[in-house]
Design a protein around this ligand. Structure first.
Ligand code: CO
Length: 286
């Protein structure tokens, strides 16, 4: 295995989106802070309802996918197609905006706590105008693998394949072939996983911190709420050296296409963005 090393860190910054929802944004804090095809990663965590209670009232998207993964609390959502769902803690929603969706996302706390993520993944040019679709994935549909040393991995997308354990997640058939793992490492344990050469990958610790290990190299630390961008190679070794840690491991095939973003619209050219704005203003987005 050619082990990947850390090639950059994006510390999350405080941000506010929707109707004043307070969140931490790593990828996507500026248009230079991306990792093709990942456009944005927001982490929200609060036990104060004032930080999020107004939620994300109806808003549009075009040209990419949003993945909402809840740890605690839940999220009510509704879209223009008439879909209505309640995303529960431990569940995920995989929404393909395609040519357009208008939806609302309203966080609800459970026992005072709300915690989760929203990830934006770009769509290839040829799929940006496909019809919108979404999938609610219930907590029990996301398999949890227990590995040696008490390591636990929830497989949201792609396939966990390590040390003789193979577990497929519920999301398949996405052309960027995303891997989305939520890993819990007890203190002093190490997790190694293969990554297809050429796929872009990053690690996001949301509890504790982790070290990226590679032969002949000093350990490279990723602190809590930093996106650690990995270099090239066909695998990664991640250690919770001092204390237990929980992190997301995300990888996908890059698109290598031009990205032009205007708020919730992500297209390939300025003309396509102007068309999206025109379509939205003229109620033709969807
Ligand atoms: Co949205």
């Amino acid at each position: 295995m050619s082990t990947r090393t850390l090639k950059g860190l994006i510390p999350a910054l405080q941000a506010s989106d929707g109707a004043g929802v307070k969140l931490l944004r790593s990828l996507g804090q500026t248009q230079g802070h991306r990792l093709d095809p990942f456009l944005m990663l927001d982490s929200f965590s609060s036990d104060n309802p004032d930080d999020y209670i107004a939620g994300f009232p109806p808003h549009p998207h075009r040209g990419f996918e949003t993945v909402t993964y809840m740890l605690d609390g839940h999220m009510l959502h509704e879209d223009h197609l008439g879909n209505r769902g309640d995303l529960r803690g431990g569940g995920a929603q995989w929404m393909t905006a395609g040519r357009g969706i208008i939806h609302s996302e309203m966080p609800q706390q459970t026992n005072g706590r709300l915690r989760g993520f929203q990830l934006w993944i770009n769509l290839p040019a040829k799929e940006k105008m496909k019809p919108a679709s979404y999938r609610d994935i219930q907590p029990e549909e996301i398999p949890t693998a227990t590995l040696a040393d008490g390591i636990e991995v929830r497989v949201v997308a792609g396939v966990l394949d390590t040390a003789g354990t193979t577990v497929a997640g519920p999301i398949r058939g996405i052309s960027t072939q995303p891997l989305f793992l939520d890993v819990r490492l007890p203190a002093g344990t190490v997790f190694t996983h293969g990554l297809p050469e050429g796929h872009h990958a990053f690690v996001y610790p949301y509890e504790g911190m982790v070290d990226i290990l590679a032969p002949g190299q000093d350990a490279q630390r990723i602190n809590t709420h930093q996106a650690g961008l990995l270099g090239t190679g066909d695998g990664v070794t991640i250690s919770a050296t001092d204390q237990a840690a929980r992190f997301l491991l995300l990888a996908a095939h890059p698109l290598n296409e031009p990205v032009v973003q205007y708020g919730p619209f992500v297209m390939n050219t300025r003309e396509e963005i102007e068309q999206a704005v025109f379509d939205y203003q003229n109620k033709q987005l969807t």
